[in-house]
Ligand binder design. Sequence first.
Ligand code: UDP
Ligand code: MG
Length: 309
Amino acid sequence: MKITYSIIAPIYNEIDNLPELYRRVKEVMDSHGEPWEFILVDDGSTDGSTEKIRELAEKDKTIRPVIFARNFGHQVAITAGWDFARGDAVVIIDADLQDPPEVILELAKKWKEGYEVVYAVRGEREGESWFKLWTASMFYRLIYQITDVKIPVDTGDFRLMDRKVVNVLKQMKERHRFPRGMSAWVGFKQIGVTYKRAARLAGVTKYPFKKMVRLAVNAITGFSYFPLQVATYFGFVSAGISILAIPVVAVLRLAGSHFFEGQATTLISVLFLGGVQLISLGILGEYVGRLYDEAKGRPLYIVRDAPEE
Ligand code: UDP
Ligand code: MG
């Protein structure tokens, strides 16, 4: 059977959200009347979500479970969804119902109008701490400023993509992934649809601060050389200052001034430059580590159970 819509939901310990997610997505998609499939990617859940997904899949063949051998992370789970999706349009949605499934209908409408990437923009966000809101807002703006692709701000992974786009994305095998950047990078006809992001239905966020930082670093290193360039700028600025400072200090000394005397000045400049050098080395390390990961060429994810064709 030809599938029109593939809905992908990455699942990491979402047992309390699964029944409601299934119910609401099914309601929306059935109202649409076109053939669809629901790809539930279990990203190494340990709370029984895996069994729940299997149980749902037993009863309803629209569900196609992809069960990972361990936790590979949200971005990789989305990637597996792309790999297994068969639909003409592919939708990524969070499993915690923060992305209301009803919005899929609006995304689909734009797709029918001819847009190839329809991303959902978070107009309002409910039930999130000011810290999350603030860091998220900073994150989107920072990424927008320093990366080479214009990744739409306030936009998560909730989006619909045409088959053509997904086929291109499937060829992008980079290990440290930032799907929303990747889907902006490919081009095609893109448009945003604003929606109100709801509060999480049950459970807690699977994105602690540390993971958010990793995601930000992936986004930045994946889409720009900016941090490397910053190191270069810093080098030029420090070198410039020293070129100006050396004659000044020499002249002051010859004139008998004791202004730059003592260990403190030496210590400050040595520590400052040492710090700058170590940071630059760390930045270089981030890129080299990524190169190393790419060179190893390991599979992106390991599937314990793949859905039937
Ligand atoms: N998720 C995942 N693997 C992970 C972390 C999260 O598959 O390692 C899934 C999670 O189950 C949810 C989606 O990614 O469906 C978004 O995660 P979450 O709601 O925790 O992020 P937030 O909305 O708080 O940014
Ligand atoms: Mg969420």
